[in-house]
Design a protein. Sequence first.
Length: 352
Amino acid sequence: MTENYELFDRSSDTDSHFLFSYKKTKENMVSYSNIMEGISKDKEPFMISSDVAREINDNSDLITDSFYNSIKHMSDKWYERKYNMKIKDLHYASKQNILNYYYHRHFNNYQGWSIAPYDPNELLNAYPCLRVKHAYKLAAYQFQFASDSGYARIFVIPIDTFLPLHPPVFDLLDVICLASLRIAFEREFNESNTYREKFKKLQERINLRCLKMKRGLLKYFNPAYRPLPSWAQENIMDYIEGDQSVHSYFQFSLFSREIYQIGRFGHMPSSGPRLLVLSWDDLPDESTMFFDRPSDFRPVVWNSNGSTNVSYYGSNRIQGDIYLVNDEYPAGLQSIKSNEIVIGHTGEILDI
């Protein structure tokens, strides 16, 4: 196995970015070597047919594309009702009127939370070996920015219930982002030198506390301030079952990533290995590998020390990375331990 040192400039070993990149590449090389060695030691590794893997991937893409079309259709209908503009009228409009429409649409599109205009359970149709646990189903809220971007929050709920029609907006806000804001406020407060800056940061913290108090009162009058139902769970993969076949492990690995990418579009790009790579031809011509190019890109299910492992190659055209994914299952599907190793670059980073 060889290392591709030409990817980094060795002229300045003191540069922190180079040192980090070099260290990361060395770590990836060790992980990559261990995985390849583990596969070679398995006497009977199960190779997933490229045709089967591609069919699953293509069907999944078709379903997620239909989700996006549903979001666009909902947004178009909302715009038509609000501004009394029929989308089909554009076919007969002048070029200037069309430009005016898209300019106006860019800044006045639908924005906010709503019940997802698609059924996330349909995604399981692309994964025949998987199903949701009995008496449960998937449901989603969809968020859209006026700039034609969006993302979703996916939940597992009892089969006889429905998510509230009026989204609980404050519970749907990203908890991690709110925590980051609070930490940032505290850090900036401690680092502030002037009385005016300290007063401003203190005021922001007071406003945050007032918001929490206000929410406690307004939840009785405004649905946006109400909490999410306790039966709406976000640990989706804990409720996904397989038929215990070899293929169910491979499909579980794919689904565990794809389910969290539905509803994401525009400037909310997906991360990680979004595209399944089954041959070198699936990658752009400018692609390079940090290590020796694999001779076989087929996904493989293999065993090591009593654990089932799933390994396959993927890429992300937006980030420009090529991955080797290795998911370990020490004790069944719910015990998944994911590992994604960057092993190359596609030679391009798509603009979004």
